[in-house]
Design a protein around this ligand. Structure first.
Ligand SMILES: [Fe+2]
Ligand SMILES: [Fe+2]
Length: 150
């Protein structure tokens, strides 16, 4: 029974990673202006990392008896990362990234707890991914500190 819940939550995380890939690509292309250059580069560098997370999750879903969902079964929810009309609004993108990373961190913590005493291999893998998301969040919290200075 618990295995089924773990698979379900891994599929949610899988959808979140792929949505992150889509929105980071969009933001890394859409943003304009001198102040956006560092942010665009950071987002571009994160795309392969988030894609790798999705692939790790897919592999694990299969290994523990699940089926990797197709695109029509993937939920969407990153409202904070939708492209803005003002393509120089770097601060709102930074805040959107922090929100996305925080959502990922919450989802991975949930899976880690679910796996306790049940599935240590999934737990170990997800702990590794969680560490990466915490690094991403820290990087963008640092950007926000500077970009919000008047
Ligand atoms: Fe990720
Ligand atoms: Fe991330």
């Amino acid at each position: 029974m618990k295995q089924k819940r773990i698979i379900k939550e891994l599929c949610v995380a899988y959808a979140m990673e792929l949505e992150t890939v889509q929105n980071y690509i969009a933001a890394s292309v859409n943003l304009d202006g001198v102040r956006s250059e560092v942010i665009k580069k950071a987002l571009l560098a994160d795309v392969p990392t988030e894609l790798m997370h999705a692939q790790q999750l897919a592999g694990r879903i299969k290994t523990i008896g699940g089926l990797v969902p197709g695109s029509l079964d993937l939920p969407r929810g990153q409202k904070s990362l939708q492209p803005r009309k003002d393509t120089t609004d770097v601060v709102s993108v930074i805040k959107g990234v922090i929100a996305a990373e925080e959502a990922a961190i919450a989802q991975y913590n949930k899976i880690i707890k679910l796996c306790d005493g049940v599935d240590y291999v999934t737990q170990d893998m997800v702990i590794g991914i969680l560490g990466g998301e915490e690094d991403h969040r820290r990087e963008f919290v640092g950007f926000l500190r500077e970009y919000e200075k008047k």
